[in-house]
Design a protein around this ligand. Structure first.
Ligand code: SF4
Length: 443
C-alpha cells in the first residue's frame, strides 16, 4: 500500500486536522513513514502570519533533488496555507500535485488515492464556497499525543478583524452539531484520552448559527457530564462574546473544566481596538475579566496582543503596556503586526515602520517577562494536580504537564509516569514554566 509522511505547521487546529488525516489514511491501509521513504508528503500548513507561510515555501524547495532522481514524493499542500497560496505553490514546484483548502479535508484521502493511480494529474480542491465543508468523519484516534486530544467545534469566523486572514482562508463561521462533537469526545475518552481541548477561532460564538438556542455553555456542560473525559479545556475566546453562563458552567464543573482562559485583548487602546474592528473597549474587557476572576479564583488568564497595527501611535502602545500591568496575565502571546494580503489593515497607508514594531514588541516582552516571573514565583510552595503528558523538550529525565490553570510544570520522573495524574509541589519558578516535585502518585 502507499506510504506517506505528514508535517504540521501552525496552530492546534492544524494539529487536529493532521491527526484526522492520519486516522483516515491508516484506516485505508496507508503507512506513515519518514519523509525520505514516502510516496506522498502532506504539508498541512498555516497562513495566519507571513512567517508561517514562508516556512512552507522554504520546506517545498527541499524536495527538488529527490524529485529530479525518482519523480517522487509528490507533495500535498493542505490547510489554510493551501487556500491562500496553494495555487502559486503548485505553479512553481512540479512536485506539488495536490492542493486542498481546510474546508476540503474530507476530500483528502480519496483525492490522494486517485492521484497515486494517475500520477500525471494535479488536483486543486480550493474552498470556493466559504460556507461549504467536507467533513472527515471519525475521531482522530491516530494522535501526536495518546493522552491529550483536540476537538474542533466550529469552522471559520465571521468577525473580520482588520488584521486577520482567517475569515478569508478558513471561511465563514459554522458550528459542528453537538451530537457529533460529544460522540467524538466519548470515542476519544474510551481510547485513553484524559484531556480534551475544544477548539474554535471563537468558541464563544458556538451555536449562534443554531435555531434551538444550544450554546457554548451547554456544550461545555454536556462535555463535562456526558463524555467520560477527565479534563476539559477550550480555546480561543472572544471578549465580546464571553457570556456569564460560560463562567457559571466552569465554576459548577470545576473538577473537569480547567480554570484557564485565553482572552485575546489585542490592544490596550480603544482607538486601536476600533481600528481593529474588535467590537469591545478596554472598559468592557475589564468587566469580563472582573466577572471571570471573581467567580473563578486562581483562574489562569492568558491573552494575545499585537503591537504596531497600522495607525498605532506611541501613546496607543503605552496604553497596551498599561493594560499588561493592570491585568497581569499569566502569559501573553505577543506579535508584531504582520500585513496579510486582502485584509483591511494591509491596505492602510499608515503602516508602522518595522524597526518601531520590533522595539514595541521588545518592550512588551520585557514587561511581560517580569510580570510572568512575579506570578510564577508567588506559586512556589503551592500544590497542584498535574497530568504528566509529555517529555520535557529540554532536559533528560524530565516530564511535563500543566496545572489546571495551564502553567507548564516540569518534574523529574520516569517514562512509566506518562499519562498519570500526580500531585506536585512547586519548587522553582522561571518566566515561562514552573518546576516541581511529585508528592503523590496518582493513576
Ligand atoms: S475573531 Fe479571531 S479568527 Fe476571527 S477574525 Fe478576529 S482575530 Fe481572526
Amino acid at each position: 500500500m502507499y506510504r506517506y509522511a505528514l508535517k504540521v505547521y501552525g496552530c492546534q487546529m492544524n494539529v487536529y486536522d493532521g491527526d484526522k488525516m492520519k486516522t483516515a489514511l491508516k484506516e485505508r491501509g496507508w503507512t506513515e513513514v519518514h519523509e525520505e521513504e514516502a510516496d506522498v508528503v502532506i504539508l498541512n500548513g498555516c497562513s495566519i502570519r507571513d512567517k508561517a507561510e514562508q516556512k512552507v515555501w522554504s520546506d517545498l524547495g527541499r524536495f527538488a533533488p529527490r524529485w529530479e532522481r525518482e519523480r517522487k514524493p509528490f507533495v500535498a499542500v493542505t490547510g489554510c496555507v493551501a487556500q491562500n497560496v496553494g495555487r502559486k505553490m503548485a505553479a512553481r514546484f512540479p512536485w506539488v500535485r495536490f492542493v486542498s483548502g481546510p474546508r476540503h479535508i474530507g476530500a483528502v484521502p480519496d483525492g490522494l488515492e486517485k492521484l497515486m493511480a494517475s500520477p500525471g494529474e494535479i488536483f486543486l480542491f480550493l474552498d470556493d464556497d466559504p460556507r461549504a465543508f467536507i467533513e472527515l468523519p471519525g475521531a482522530p484516534v491516530e494522535r501526536v499525543n495518546p493522552w491529550k486530544a483536540f476537538v474542533t467545534i466550529s469552522h471559520g469566523c465571521d468577525n473580520f478583524c482588520s488584521y486577520c486572514i482567517v475569515p478569508y482562508v478558513r471561511g465563514r463561521f459554522v458550528s459542528r452539531p453537538p451530537e457529533d462533537i460529544l460522540e467524538e469526545m466519548r470515542t476519544l475518552a474510551a481510547d485513553g484520552v484524559l484531556e480534551i481541548t475544544l477548539l474554535g477561532q471563537n468558541v464563544n460564538s458556538y451555536g449562534k448559527d443554531f435555531t434551538n438556542g444550544y450554546t457554548f455553555a451547554d456544550l461545555l456542560r454536556d462535555g463535562a457530564l456526558k463524555t467520560g473525559v477527565r479534563l476539559l479545556r477550550f480555546a480561543t475566546s472572544h471578549p465580546r462574546d464571553f457570556t456569564p453562563d460560560i463562567v457559571e458552567v466552569m465554576a459548577e464543573h470545576s473538577s473537569v473544566i480547567c480554570p484557564s482562559i485565553n482572552l485575546p485583548i489585542q490592544s490596550g487602546s480603544d482607538r486601536v481596538l476600533a481600528l481593529m474592528n474588535r467590537g469591545y473597549t478596554v472598559e468592557q474587557y475589564r468587566a469580563v475579566v472582573s466577572a471571570i476572576r471573581s467567580r473563578l479564583p486562581g483562574v489562569g488568564l492568558t491573552t494575545d496582543l499585537i503591537v504596531g497595527h497600522p495607525g498605532e501611535t506611541e501613546e496607543d502602545y503605552r496604553e497596551s503596556l498599561k493594560v499588561l500591568e493592570e491585568f497581569r496575565f499569566d502569559l501573553v502571546h505577543s506579535a508584531a503586526y504582520s500585513p496579510r494580503e486582502g485584509t483591511g489593515a494591509a491596505r492602510r497607508e499608515d503602516q508602522v515602520p518595522h524597526r518601531e514594531k520590533m522595539a514595541r514588541l521588545n518592550g512588551v516582552n520585557i514587561l511581560q517577562s517580569r510580570i510572568a516571573r512575579e506570578i510564577n514565583e508567588s506559586l512556589v510552595g503551592s500544590f497542584f494536580p498535574v497530568l504528566l503528558d509529555d517529555f520535557a523538550p529540554r532536559g533528560d529525565g524530565l516530564l511535563q504537564g500543566r496545572t489546571p490553570s495551564d502553567k507548564v510544570v516540569l518534574v523529574e520522573a520516569g517514562e512509566e509516569m506518562l499519562g498519570r495524574f500526580v500531585r506536585v509541589e512547586i519548587t522553582r519558578a522561571d518566566n515561562w514554566c514552573l518546576s516541581g516535585r511529585i508528592v503523590e502518585n496518582g493513576k
